[in-house]
Design a protein. Structure first.
Lengths: 229, 125, 261
């Protein structure tokens, strides 16, 4: 479904990603793990078409990815900048107008589930609640690909827990591909189908998590520390 | 079912194990409907794909049956239930004996110990 | 179309501070001149003058509006650009809202300019209105025209910003802007070729004041209109229109394909 062919992404002074080849299939929840600066966000943005590879190509269903792949991809940035003058409800409504696949009932359901007040202005939301809003906006779209860049980072354990539960409840694991980057591995350990490790811009390994447990009796954390040591 | 799984063993097997025990213990009765894949996924906080796989495994072993459009049910086939019951028992005993042997206990010691323990247990009741 | 209209609604909200700023500055200016000139008895004339001056200043309205609005998006590019809509649609939503705001602001100013202007206008009412309309339309179209160049400059700035510090990117664009202005106005616009393609379709506008002379002292203000029979070439307008369409297309293309988040 998503394919990276020899993808390199260079910035002025550094190479963020080097010769990455990657294939991701639909119907999976895939974790992207690695230290800060390893190239996780770069990978996400490449799939969202928000940056272009310096070399190689990124394709979705055989089609070269551009910015307008947004019609098939729901992207959650690690930044949580929204239009601060909108309330939660207005932000949701605005998103609903911009994406024909946005399911407003689902948004309302997730909002209620996440316990987020609809009438609070975005600029008055706490970090945890902005995190919740991001989840609502991303999961409410009925698209083949969901990209979530650090959905758990900087949030307290209760919020992280509700987000993980939200993922299990609201992602359609038969049709949707979820790629999420995180360094909170403990929280997502049980919901990942596959895990990809990147280190210094290079793809180190891409594993099916259950096979990893079966073949090597290793959890993701142990596997990661064996890669990073 | 909210207690955690071991991260170093396949989750689908641990979950299957858990359901088998619930069936053998009678927590889930013959003919009972299992929670839907998503319900189980949410309550045990695991990937729905994993639950799907668990259900497939259980179905293959015959202990549950999926009825088209209705869901997954615990089998009412006594033979299968009995054999699963027997299998779990064997597994537990095997594990136990393995551990005892590893620690150097002899069979007689183990049997005696078990007897005393079980008698004490009943006396306590 | 529905998505675009919703985007327009959002743009109205983003750009609102610029409209309010334009109106507030105008009102403040109005109050200051009125108070300053009231006791000398030519407050109305002053109102007219400030109306004309501020109205003329709207030549820059769209450029400032676009810089502000694009500046707001720069902080959340991942949000603005994560949209299946073509970049030309994203930019058009901003241009349309800016234009509507500019017209609102100009209408308010026009009232002042018109009412005040009546006090020193040597023309019959009809002429005054006609000149006003020509000025009105020119300020609007020049302002939009100018802002399209500014959009391109800003997008080039966003592009360069990925490869150098923001400050350097800004300086580069600033230098590029003047190089372009020199090439365009200094060389191209003065060339025989340019005259050849633009000087056709002569339209006579009749008498139009093309300069105002203010002569003010503490007791009075004398305003002299200096004007002549004026004509314009339709060619100039058509060529400029084609130019900014090309510029707009380039800007949209860059935003779609090259700008990175």
């Amino acid at each position: 479904m998503i394919e990276f062919k020899d993808v390199t992404k260079r910035y002025m002074t550094k190479t963020a990603l080097r010769d990455v080849n990657l294939k991701l299939d639909k119907g999976k929840i895939i974790g992207l793990v690695g230290l800060n600066g390893a190239g996780k966000s770069t990978t996400m943005k490449l799939i969202a078409g928000l940056i272009n590879p310096s070399k190689g190509s990124v394709e979705l269903d055989g089609e070269k990815v551009t910015r307008r792949i947004a019609s098939k991809v729901s992207y959650l940035s690690e930044l949580d900048e929204y239009y601060s003058f909108y309330t939660v409800q207005q932000t949701i409504d605005f998103f609903a107008t911009q994406f024909p696949d946005f399911n407003k009932e689902k948004a309302e359901e997730i909002r209620a589930y996440m316990n987020l007040d609809a009438n609070t202005k975005v600029k008055h939301l706490s970090k945890g609640n902005r995190g919740r809003l991001k989840i609502i906006l991303t999961l409410s779209r009925e698209v083949p690909v969901l990209l979530m860049d650090e959905p758990l980072s900087g949030l307290d354990p209760l919020v992280r827990d509700s987000i993980v539960k939200g993922l299990i409840t609201f992602v359609d694991t038969e049709k949707q591909l979820v790629l999420l980057s995180t360094h909170q591995i403990m929280e997502v350990e049980m919901i990942l189908d596959e895990v990809i490790a990147i280190k210094d811009g290079e793809l180190v390994d891409h594993r099916n998590v259950e096979e990893l447990r079966y073949d090597e009796q290793k959890g993701i954390l142990e596997w990661m520390s064996s890669i990073y040591e | 079912m909210t207690d955690t799984f071991q991260s170093s063993q396949p989750i689908y097997l641990q979950l299957a194990d858990r359901l088998n025990r619930q069936i053998v213990s009678g927590e889930l009765k013959p003919g009972d409907k299992l929670p839907s894949v998503r319900e189980t996924a949410v309550s045990s906080k695991v990937n729905p794909n994993t639950v799907q796989r668990t259900y497939r495994e259980l179905e293959a072993s015959g202990i549950v049956e999926s009825r088209r459009g209705q869901g997954t049910f615990v089998t009412e086939n006594e033979d299968i239930l009995l054999s699963i019951r027997e299998k779990l028992k064997q597994e537990q005993i095997q594990n136990f004996i393995q551990v005892m042997h590893d620690m150097g206990y002899q069979n007689e010691e183990i049997t005696k110990g078990l007897q005393t323990y079980l008698e004490g247990d009943t006396a306590d009741d | 179309m529905k998505a675009w209209l919703a985007l327009v609604k959002k743009e109205f909200r983003i750009g609102l501070p610029i409209l309010l700023l334009a109106i507030v500055l105008f009102l403040v200016g109005l109050v200051i001149v009125t108070v300053a000139t009231y006791r000398f008895g030519y407050a109305w004339d002053a109102v007219g003058i400030i109306g004309l001056a501020w109205g003329g200043g709207h030549f820059f309205f769209m450029a400032i509006y676009m810089l502000y609005s694009l500046g707001v998006e720069r902080k959340r590019l991942h949000l603005w650009l994560h949209n299946p809509m073509h970049a030309s649609g994203l930019l058009a939503a901003k241009l349309v809202t800016g234009t509507i705001y500019m017209i609102i602001s100009l209408l308010i100013i026009s009232i002042a300019a018109y009412v005040g202007g009546l006090h020193f206008v040597p023309f019959s009412d009809g002429t005054w209105f006609r000149i006003g309309m020509i000025a009105f339309l020119h300020v609007i179209s020049f302002s939009i025209d100018f802002s399209v160049y500014v959009i391109l400059a800003y997008i080039v700035f966003l592009l360069l910003e990925r490869y150098m510090p923001a400050f350097l990117s800004g300086v580069s664009v600033f230098i590029g802007w003047w190089v372009f202005a020199y090439l365009y106005f200094g060389l191209l616009a003065d060339s025989k070729f340019y005259y050849a393609i633009t000087e056709w379709g002569k339209i006579d506008l009749g008498f139009v004041a093309n300069s105002l002379q203010f002569d003010m002292d503490v007791r009075q203000a004398i305003v002299n209109f200096q004007g002549e029979d004026t004509f314009i070439y339709a060619g100039n307008y058509v060529i400029e229109l084609i130019t900014i369409l090309i510029i707009y297309f380039i800007a949209s293309w860059l935003l779609d394909k090259k700008v990175e988040v």
